[in-house]
Ligand binder design. Sequence first.
Ligand code: 5GP
Length: 189
Amino acid sequence: MSFTPTVLVGPSGVGKGTVLASLCARFPNVWLSVSVTTRHPRPGEMNGQHYYFVSEEEFDNLVESDGLLEWARYQSARYGTPRAEIEQKVAEGRAVIMEVETQGALQIMARLDKVRTIFLMPPSLAELESRLRGRGTESDESIKLRLQIAKHEMSLMDEFDHIIVNSEVAVAVDELVNLIGLSTGEQLD
Ligand code: 5GP
């Protein structure tokens, strides 16, 4: 059985992490790519689990050695998807999911022959703002910038194969399960 790699896109604060954590807990065959980033860890974030936290120089080396499937700048940091791990997990038959912002998703679509892209939408911008504020991880300035980026990202939603509105996490997870084909063990292309 081979799964089409899935890219989950959506503005910061929409709940990608929560939805994916719930999915991974239900389906052990799902493998969530761990990205590299030059941003500093938030309290509670673990190196190798949430991200690989690297220096600017280490990131440069990864870019130069073609170690990243895609990478993008977001706010003042760079984020990228390690290429070798993805290839290995796809070959092992794992249901690979990459969580990225939109520029990275467009690069992956250009680079992989087969990929499924899903845009996770907030019910409204007001709700997105309240989720970002409720998370308590960002400064006011960072929240404003993230909301600006969110508007731009949402204007690109038609570029992606599917849209899921994250009003209720359990419902969004069920939609994701159906799109990936995890419930039946078969793919729905
Ligand atoms: P955060 O700083 O909130 O963890 O992530 C900021 C943004 O970067 C989010 O939209 C997240 O989806 C995105 N992101 C996380 N990892 C990657 C990656 O490997 N590549 C790209 N292009 N974006 C990523």
